[in-house]
Structure formats: C-alpha cells, structure tokens
Design a protein around this ligand. Structure first.
Ligand SMILES: [Zn+2]
Ligand SMILES: [Zn+2]
Length: 668
C-alpha cells in the first residue's frame, strides 16, 4: 500500500479565507487527498493555522487586542470556512500550541548542535521609548528611492523596492511614532549556503515536478543562496531555546513548516497511536506532498528541504505542486484594496458543491486564472444543472417510475451497448491519470464529458418511447445509465463530495461502500432498490448581481456595485477644462460662476465649491468637466456642465491631471 502525507500551506490566522486561497491551495489538496483515499492508499492530510509573525502582532496592535485574541478568532473563522466547504483534514492544528513550540525548539537545537546555525552581531533599529528592537514592519519612513513618506521597513509600497529599515530616511516607530536609534543586537543565521550543492542534486532528481515550480527553484539555486536570519526580537512566537537568547523568537518562516510535523504528531496522539507519525516522517518511502501557492515556492523547494537535510532524520518532500494565482474579474486579489470574495460570504449564498465546482474550473494550475460570477453561474446552470444533474435525475426517475429497481442479473446486452460499457471501464483510469499529474481541470472536464455521453446515450435510446414497445431493451438502457450514474457517484467525490454521497444514497449504496476502482465495474452485484429521488441542483438566477459580495473585509457592509455598460459610460463626455474666470453669485455662499476653457469653446458652469476654495486657488486650475450634462439654471445662471471632484465627507476636493494637459483633452 502506498503511503502519502499531504500538507496544505498553513493559513495565517489574521484574516478570513478568500477564493484565491481555496482555488490555489486547499481545494486541490482536498481533491487529491480524497482521490488517494478512494484508491485505498494510506493517506493523511494535515494543516493548521500559522499563528506567529509580525503580520499578527501588527494587526493586534492596530485593533487594540492581544495576539492571542486575534489568532483565536481567526483560527475558528478559518476552520469554519474549511468545514463549510467540506475541505477535510485529518488534523487541523495551530502553531501556538505548546506541542508545536516543543517540536520547533527541538528542531532548532538539533541543527544548532550540528553546526548549521551561527550567531551574528547586527545593527538594528531600536525604539528607546517602547524599549524594544523593531522588526522591519515596525518601522516606517521616507523611501530613499522614490521619496514616498510611508514606506515600510521591508518594502516601499509606492516603488515596490525591497528595503532594510536602516535605509529609510526619517524612520519612525509605528507603535509610538518616536524616532528609533541604531543599536547592536544579534541574531541566529541558518547556513543555507552550505546546501547549494545538495539542493541542486536533489532538485535535479525531480524532473517529474511541475515545470513552473522546478524551473523557479533551480534558477534560484543557480543564482546562489545566502545564509538567512532565523530569529527576531518579538514578544510573540516560539522562544529561541538558548539561555543567551532571551526575548528572541524563531522567525515565522522557520517554525511554520515545522508545523507539518507537529500537526502529524498531534494527529497520531488523537488517533491513539502516538508513534504513528514516525511511520510518515521517518520512512523515506512516504510520499510527502506540499500543496502551496507560488509565493511559497522558495520556502518549500529550497529552505524547508535544506532545514530537513540539516536535521537529517526526516523524509524530504516528494512533490510540491504549487499553483499560480487566481485573479478576480481581471484584477489581482487584494486584501488591502478589498478586492476579494470572502468564503464566509460565498457560503452564506451557495451550497458548498456549487462553490467547489466553480473554483475547480479556475484552479491556476499552469498560469494565473480568473474568476467571474458570470462564468460561475453559467457553469452551474449549463454544466451542473443541465448536464450532470439532468443525467442523474432522469435516469433515476425513469428507473423508479417504470422499472422499480435495477436487476443485478440482467442479460442480453448487445453490440451497441459495448461502446458504453468500455467507456465505463476506462473512466476511472482516465480521470485518475490526470489527478496523479495534478491536472485537476482536465480531470474535471473528463468527468463532465462522461456525464454528457450519458445524456447522449439516454437521448439516443429513447427509453420514454421504447418502454411502451420493448420493455427489455428499456431495462438494458437504464441498467447501463444506472451504471454510469454509479461510476459518477464515485469519480465526482473528490470534487463534489455532497453530491456524490446523495447520488450513492439514492442508488441504494451506503456511504463508504464504493472505492475508486468500483467505478469501472459496470455490473451490479445485487438488485438496487432506489430510495427517494431528489433533485440534485437548482438553477441560479443569472440576472442577480453578485458583485455585492466583494465586501470590505472589516466593515462587511453590503455595497451594491451596479454595472454600467461600456456604451453607457462612453456616452459621458468628460474633458479637461481650465478655469479662466471666477465670479461670485449674489445671495449664495456656496456657488461660484466659472468660465472654463474647454479647448474649442468656453463654457459657463455653476459649481458648489465656494466653501472649500478661494477664487485665487481656482483661477487657472485644470479640472475634469462633464461637458454633456443637461443644462440647468441655478440662481439665474445657466450651467452647461459639471466639475468632477471627490466628495470627502461632503467637502469637495478637486482633481487635477498630473502632467501638463491641453484644455479639451478627453477623459476616458
Ligand atoms: Zn519607494
Ligand atoms: Zn516606539
């Protein structure tokens, strides 16, 4: 029996999960695990929340909470999303557990004692007011490259450059705002450079990996590796287990992957076989497979394997099938810009299998992919409802209504039936081959094509008319359709576990009775008495507007964003105009009468910006103007257009082009 340890990247316990996390990591891992279990392999899937690191302490500081409160809340929140989506783990742990601290500290000590960790003095920023060293994200200041004044200590968000906190001009402590000083501290470094050669040799034996992953890993090794700091000065994390290192914790990237080991140990304790984890981690025959997103490739193909090599006892990963990124309607998912669809929102609206189905089609296997609600709804309606749901329901309803049951000892199949029989026999292998290569989208296409063949066969054999003239032929047709339905009820399980269970139960099978290979057996071993037939899927309303789901992560207010068609938008004629005259309008303290140069003519406009701008501030300013707005008379003056400005709590803030633009230029 083959043995698999499957892991999914540990999600940070500092926010809810969105569709990108699920499609990129957890859904493929769950599909693969379910497939392996159906095949009868010995497989466990472990994961847990990553509860350390500055991302968590910063969120806690910002919200006036303790890190503990933050991780408790999001551990539960993340776990509920996984449960709701039927993403199953044999163990879902937490890196803040004492067990994980102990395992990480032992790991550290072992490679420390083997000489792969050394201590190095470094200069670091220190806040005398807060009385602490400041990790990079705790310092902000002016970017030395572009001048942006809120550049973070690790990266400038404006120009994108990676920074060191010491490079910032006018740095300040993000906790108290004081200017930090430079102070000498020390940290522990892992000798990653020592592993260049062993990593290169190891990667060279991985020709079966996904191309995007292997090429990236090899190119990094060829560029040369640097030793890496593995500790930080933080009050939250796994304490460095050395007396001299008070106040220092392990860097989160160092302890997080060790979470795979501690989660396995926790699992072994839970199932009452405390040594069983060794059967996975100490046996080189175990296939360890890490499911991750592409941002994690460097850790799982270089740093983590090097840590395991340094340790020397544990099994190295067999494969790292990393995915690319999922975009949303053409733009990169972003938590900070609130451009995401959060799983709790999706689950409040759709059954889990609908979400799994929609996301399975956009798993970013070889390149970035895109999610849109239009495509999602079309797929549910035309594929789940009209294809799979239709085939299952018409087959089972016909059997129930006209034959009563599927007789196991049916005979008399003829040549024209052989084609369908061979389809059934080959089905598990065809889908399985794709799954073994992590080609989840291709495998799903095979499944839907098989269901489509079922519909075509049903249409061709016309049981609704043969049942009146040739009862035996009708029974044979429905027997083979039932056999296809049974096959589907097994093969769809990795993708659609709820549907799979419901179909099997309708057919009269118990939950655990069928294995992967049973899908290729077209005969029934016993008479199948069908239970109550229920409709599998319901059509979605394609006209409803799902964009309300893209919500502010914190406020979660319903924000309807109605579409405007491109044609409607293009009807608006917006141009840059230069204000060439400003006059008061008697009897109002809000309005100005403006003359605006629009290139080919000068328009008179009335604008409600008097409370915010003086005449001098307005004169010769360039502003966007909606030119073809219906003329309106205000206080006796006809206004032929409208100045466009931001509305900041009711106060107008003017916009201006950021380079010299001639009046009349079109804005679109
Ligand atoms: Zn910059
Ligand atoms: Zn401070």
């Amino acid at each position: 029996m083959k043995k698999y340890l499957i892991t999914s990247a540990l999600p940070y316990a500092n926010g809810p999960l969105h569709i990108g996390h699920i499609a990129g990591v957890y859904l493929p891992a769950d599909i693969y695990t379910r497939y392996r279990k159906l095949k009868g392999d010995y497989v466990i899937h472990v994961c847990g929340t990553d509860e350390h690191g500055v991302a968590i302490t910063i969120k806690a500081d910002r919200e006036g909470k303790s890190p503990r409160e933050i991780v408790d809340f999001y551990h539960k929140n993340v776990k509920e999303s996984f449960d709701g989506l039927n993403i199953c783990f044999d163990n879902f742990s937490r890196t803040s557990l004492p067990l994980h601290h102990k395992v990480s500290q032992e790991f550290f000590l072992r490679i420390y004692e083997k000489g792969y960790i050394y201590r190095k003095e470094i200069e670091q920023l220190y806040c005398a007011n807060c009385n602490r060293f400041l990790p990079d994200r705790y310092v902000e200041g002016t970017c030395p490259f572009c001048g942006y004044d809120r550049a973070r200590g690790d990266q400038c968000e404006q120009c994108g450059r990676w920074l060191e906190p010491k490079e910032l001009i006018n740095p300040f402590c993000t906790i108290c705002g004081h200017r930090p000083i430079v102070k000498t501290s020390f940290h522990y470094y892992f000798k990653l450079k020592d592993f260049e050669k062993p990593l290169y040799d190891w990667l060279s034996s991985k020709a079966y990996w996904k191309e995007n992953v292997l090429n990236q890993a090899l190119s990094w090794v060829r560029d040369g590796l640097e030793d890496r700091a593995i500790t930080r000065d933080l009050p939250w994390g796994v304490p460095v287990p050395l007396e001299e290192a008070a106040g220092k914790v392990l860097y989160v990237w160092f302890d997080a992957p060790i979470g795979y080991i501690s989660s396995t140990i926790e699992w072994a304790n839970k199932v009452g076989k405390p040594d069983e984890w060794k059967n996975f981690w100490l046996d080189p025959d175990t296939k360890i497979i890490h499911f991750i997103g592409k941002d994690n490739i460097v850790f799982h193909t270089l740093i983590w394997p090097a840590m395991l090599m340094a340790h020397g006892e544990y099994t190295l990963p067999d494969n790292v099938p990393a995915n690319e990124f999922l975009n949303l309607m053409g733009s990169k998912l972003s938590t900070s810009r609130n451009w995401a669809i959060w799983i709790p929102d999706l689950l409040s609206k759709y059954p889990s299998d609908y979400i799994r189905y929609g996301l399975s089609h956009v798993i970013p296997e070889t390149k970035d992919s895109d999610f849109s609600f239009e495509e999602f709804k079309t797929r549910i309606n035309s594929e789940l409802v009209n294809n799979l749901g239709n085939f299952v329901n018409r087959t089972l309803t016909f059997i129930k209504n006209y034959i009563g049951l599927v007789r196991h000892n049916l005979v008399g199949f003829r040549d024209q039936d052989l084609e369908i029989i061979s389809e059934i026999e080959n089905f598990p292998q065809q889908v399985g081959n794709h799954l073994e290569n992590f080609e989840f989208r291709k495998a799903l296409k095979e499944i839907m094509a098989f269901s489509q063949k079922g519909n075509q066969y049903f249409d061709y054999e016309k049981p609704w008319s043969t049942r009146k003239v040739d009862k035996e032929k009708t029974e044979r047709t429905l027997y083979l359709c039932a056999s296809m339905v049974k096959a589907l009820s097994i093969i769809i399980e990795p993708y659609l576990p709820d549907s799979a269970r419901r179909i099997r139960n309708m057919l009269g099978f118990s939950d655990q009775e069928l294995k992967w290979e049973d899908a290729g057996k077209w005969t029934f071993d016993r008479d199948m008495e069908l239970s109550k037939i229920e409709v599998l899927y319901k059509k979605l309303d394609e006209s409803s507007n799902e964009r309300v789901m893209i919500l502010d992560e914190n406020k979660r207010e319903e924000r309807a964003m109605d579409y405007v068609s491109y044609e409607e938008f293009m009807k608006m004629d917006i141009r840059i105009g230069e204000i060439v005259a400003v006059e008061e309008i008697p009897g109002t303290d809000k309005l100005y009468k403006l003359e605006v140069d629009l290139g080919d003519h000068i328009a008179t406009l009335v604008a409600g910006i008097k409370s915010a701008y003086s005449k001098e501030e307005l004169l010769h300013r360039k502003v966007p103007v909606l030119v073809n707005l219906e003329p309106r008379v205000l206080r006796g003056v006809t206004s032929n257009g409208m100045i466009l400005a931001c509305d900041v709590n009711g106060k107008p803030v003017l916009l201006s082009p950021d380079s010299n633009v001639p009046p009349g230029s079109k804005v679109k």
